[in-house]
Design a protein around this ligand. Structure first.
Ligand SMILES: [Zn+2]
Length: 313
């Protein structure tokens, strides 16, 4: 599965190199051209949850939610991991059924719009769909709660097409500790979590360390035989004290094991770099994470962030 990320990363490196010498408009033009030529996969989109709340036609442009096909086409996106998200509230409280229902909704997209969408579970399928101009829908499980302590259930989700699992969300669960929680009950992975990581390696499901605590991250790195991903994370360097983002040491350790971080562009998680940039490069900007509002679609910010990440790796 790692293959699918490579073109995306190449695109980012290329864009970051262009940034220094060209103006915004020229840069945008080149980025748009590249985006049309290269296979680009988003590693985390929350469409299934939106569809569960409100049924809408995703082949029509809208201002709602994170995704519709016309906007994806405009940006040159060729596929997106559908996030099969279950809230921490569903731990021991219906998570398995909820995840199954969300997977049904992704499959329904393919049934409703067969010319537009195909559920995909391998890099080859994604390449094939790209050549045919069909949008690929691989799937990732966000939060390990639906596993409900059962390796059989892990197999069930693999058979249903899940190709990465974010081990937890913002609360510790029975798989591992979360960066968003303070209880630290396992000090990393639980004994079941260790078993899950080993079995995911065997099955070929990517382990996603986004949302995990630092101790979870290092446990996973130690146990996993395959490189791991952070499907939607940021850099703590730019957001001091915000544990949801990864430290420089973690990024280096991730890279040493062949792993990949996919940077989210959610404004509230990137805000510190904006403040740092605007205040003449001060590295220790105040943490006003929740207070500041960043202009939408700040291309300069994305480029700056990308360049910084690759410099560090
Ligand atoms: Zn998330």
């Amino acid at each position: 599965m790692y293959k699918v990320f490579i073109p995306f990363l190449i695109l980012l490196i290329f864009i970051s190199n262009l940034a220094a010498s060209e103006g915004d408009e020229q840069l945008k033009e080149k980025a748009n051209k590249l985006a049309k030529e290269i296979l680009i996969i988003d590693s985390h989109i929350d469409l299934p949850l939106y569809l569960m709340r409100k049924d809408f036609n995703v082949t029509l442009e809208s201002n709602d939610g994170e995704f519709d096909l016309p906007r994806a086409n405009k940006g040159g996106l060729n596929g997106a991991f559908m996030s099969i998200y279950t809230s921490p509230r569903t731990e021991n409280n219906g998570a398995f059924e909820r995840a199954d229902t969300l997977i049904d909704l992704v499959e329904e997209l393919e049934n409703k719009y067969p010319l537009n969408f195909t559920v995909a579970a391998t890099p080859e399928e994604i390449e094939f769909n790209f050549q045919k101009g069909i949008f690929s829908l691989p799937m990732g499980l966000e939060n390990g709660s639906p596993l409900e302590g059962s390796i059989d259930k892990l197999h069930h989700f693999f058979n249903r097409g899940i190709r990465y699992i974010t081990l937890c969300h913002v609360k510790d669960n029975h798989v591992c500790d979360s960066s968003g929680d303070t209880t630290n009950i396992w000090n990393g992975l639980s004994p079941f979590g260790e078993q899950v990581v080993r079995e995911m390696n065997k099955l070929g499901i990517m382990i996603d360390v986004s949302h995990g605590s630092d101790s979870t991250f290092y446990d996973v790195l130690q146990i996993s035989k395959a490189p791991v991903i952070a499907s939607h994370s940021g850099c703590r360097y730019f957001t001091p004290g915000f544990l949801r983002n990864m430290s420089d040491e973690m990024l280096k350790a991730l890279a040493e094991k062949g792993g990949v971080i996919n940077i989210f562009l959610a404004q509230r998680f990137l805000i510190m770099i904006f403040e740092m940039d605007m205040k003449s490069g001060e590295k220790n900007a105040q943490n006003t994470l929740k207070l500041m509002i960043m202009p939408k679609r700040n291309l300069k910010l994305k480029i700056l962030l990308t360049r910084e990440v690759f410099r560090m790796l």
